[in-house]
Design a protein around this ligand. Sequence first.
Ligand SMILES: Nc1nc2c(ncn2[C@@H]2O[C@H](COP(=O)(O)OP(=O)(O)OP(=O)(O)O)[C@@H](O)[C@H]2O)c(=O)[nH]1
Ligand SMILES: [Mg+2]
Length: 211
Amino acid sequence: MASSTSQQEFDYLFKLLLIGDSGVGKSTLLLSFTSDTFEELSPTIGVDFKIKHVTLGGKKLKLAIWDTAGQERFRTLTSSYYRGAQGIIMVYDVTRRDTFTNLADIWAKEIDLYSTNQDCIKLLVGNKVDKESERVVSKKEGIDFAREYGCLFLECSAKTRVNVEQCFEELVLKILDTPSLLSEGSSGVKKNIFKENPPQNDASTTGCCSS
Ligand SMILES: Nc1nc2c(ncn2[C@@H]2O[C@H](COP(=O)(O)OP(=O)(O)OP(=O)(O)O)[C@@H](O)[C@H]2O)c(=O)[nH]1
Ligand SMILES: [Mg+2]
């Protein structure tokens, strides 16, 4: 995947979202993808965000990747970040069974509740395959889950970088292959993802006190 960090025109802007239990390695995976480095990170507070420009499938793409906190106390906050995402990466830790069972119990339900793109591409990622001796979730279980929930599937290691690029590449190629995700809201340089809707004319924004 060719990439560059300079701000330049792009064919499409894609919003991607990382979700999954705390400690599965979402932030490490994102850092590995955007900076080619491995660092010991603290648990995410709320949400974090990184931009990466890539050229893939002959298109210049701007990826806005939102990294949510897995801790339950942030759940209300993070739920609002599903809106408009073209791709969602569900991460679990192949050495922790609870992070896998929570995919069905929590994360797939969150997607159903909060995702606004019906055709949004989902990718299931089993992380930490460098700890093969501690593995408790088999690859087949991952494949079966992904099949049942209609997700792409990969195993990777954010630490050794095995399959890290492939995760984002597969997801993005599938988005590029889905016409409904390429239409509204994702194309052109004019779009500004930081631009919020103008505030509503309600009492809190209009001020008061004409005498
Ligand atoms: N061995 C190994 N350790 C990893 C890997 N990925 C992440 N870790 C470690 O797992 C721990 C948690 O990683 P984070 O990236 O902070 O996890 P997170 O999913 O972002 O957690 P929250 O922000 O709390 O939701 C850290 O100690 C990482 O160094 C991996 O592929 N292999
Ligand atoms: Mg994190």
